[in-house]
Design a protein around this ligand. Structure first.
Ligand SMILES: *Cc1c(COP(=O)(O)O)cnc(C)c1O
Length: 366
């Protein structure tokens, strides 16, 4: 038997959202339902002729565009092949075996795996009322904690933390603890400007904020994400980056998408409108569904999660299962959302005993 690291076998291989049957709506990966804009497609086409060459590792054009947007210097931006790769850079740069990586639970399923990959210990603090419990998170900090990962808005529950709660958190943890806020969905929150914690980086050298082009900008297939932090932190992240991690076509597409803020905002407005329509409809049907700040709906189905997910799949809606916690359904096209609403209405009052228990338990108290 080949000798490999024992902790690697504790990491589950990444599970992509279930494959859909042809007529099903795949609402399991929080993808945008729009093709890249003409301008983005043109930028990609323009770069194709150079595919025999390595990309520019520093991606100066894209880095400058990102830095300008956030009013920071270019040395305050680190890129990666998706923000998941930037998260890996963060955990790799901050931890060594025996250290702890702190986060709420349920949250983005990749966090514990990145900790294990670095030989560090994942420490999951339960959410309170589906929200990151920052007091509990601060209380869980030990001498071995090296990173706190805060997903805001949180995937999969769609909740946000308040600026006050976050400020208290920052004030109560050691100022040498790296605090990384994953803002993959910030553009979908009702007021993105007041939800983002990027402005706090100025006064908090231990803060890093992560963003992605995969969600609001709709470029999940091209793999671009980034971190904003003080240059001292960014310089260390860059040392852990894989050479040529962000392809030239991805750099070009991301820069073009960033330039066209109006298209991004229009598409995000559509998704927000649909999210509110789905939520209001499900609530009117008596379902206790929270108001999400992401491009997804969260159903807290608990032990009935597999039954609800299977029943949805039977109706042609492929959702993401978070074991023992709930079901996350991406907001998609109008047709997809209509199917989701109709499916939930149909199954909630159906014969499936598991689903029936959840349906009963999730009735709004009125
Ligand atoms: C989708 C997602 C990401 C990362 O996406 P990339 O495609 O790797 O940029 C990061 N964090 C959260 C919470 C996500 O849901």
């Amino acid at each position: 038997m080949v000798r490999l690291r024992p902790e690697i076998s504790q990491i589950q291989e990444y599970q992509q959202g279930q494959d859909a049957r042809p007529d099903a709506f795949k609402l399991s990966s929080n993808e945008m339902p729009f093709e890249p804009s003409n301008a983005v497609q043109a930028a990609i086409a323009e770069g194709i002729h150079a595919a025999n060459l390595y990309p520019d590792h520093g991606a100066p054009a894209l880095v400058h565009a990102i830095a300008d947007m956030h009013s920071v210097d270019a040395d305050g931006v680190a890129l990666g092949a998706g923000s998941v790769e930037v998260l890996r850079q963060i955990v790799t740069a901050a931890t060594q075996p025996g250290d702890e990586v702190l986060f709420g639970w349920p949250t983005y399923s990749v966090y514990p795996n990145l900790a294990r990959l670095a030989g560090a210990e994942p420490v999951a603090v339960p959410l309170a009322d589906d929200r990151y419990d920052l007091r509990a998170l601060a209380a869980a900090v030990t001498a071995r904690t090296r990173v706190a990962l805060i997903c805001n808005p949180n995937n999969p529950t769609g909740t946000t933390v308040t600026a006050d709660a976050f400020a208290s958190f920052l004030a109560s943890v050691p100022d040498d603890l790296l605090v990384a806020v994953d803002e993959a969905y910030v553009e979908f929150s009702a007021d993105a400007k007041s939800t983002t914690f990027v402005p706090l980086i100025q006064s908090h050298p231990n803060l890093a904020v992560l963003r992605t082009f995969s969600k609001a900008y709709g470029l999940a297939g091209l793999r671009v994400g980034y971190a904003i932090a003080k240059p001292e932190v960014i310089a260390q992240l860059k040392r852990t980056a894989l050479p040529f991690g962000v392809a030239d076509l991805a750099q070009r597409a991301a820069a073009a998408a960033l330039q066209d803020q109006e298209t991004m905002r229009r598409r995000v407005r559509f998704i927000i409108g649909e999210r509110e329509r789905i939520t209001a409809t499900l609530r009117a049907l008596g379902r206790d569904v929270g108001w999400s700040a992401g491009n997804f709906i969260w159903l807290r189905t608990g032990l009935e999660t597999p039954a609800v997910a299977d029943a949805l799949a039977e109706q042609g809606v492929i959702a993401r299962v978070i074991e023992g916690e709930g079901v996350r359904v991406t907001v998609g096209t109008r047709a997809a959302n209509d199917r989701f609403i109709a499916s939930l209405a149909a199954i909630a009052d159906g014969q499936n005993p598991g689903v029936g228990r959840w349906a009963q338990a999730s009735r709004l108290a009125i």
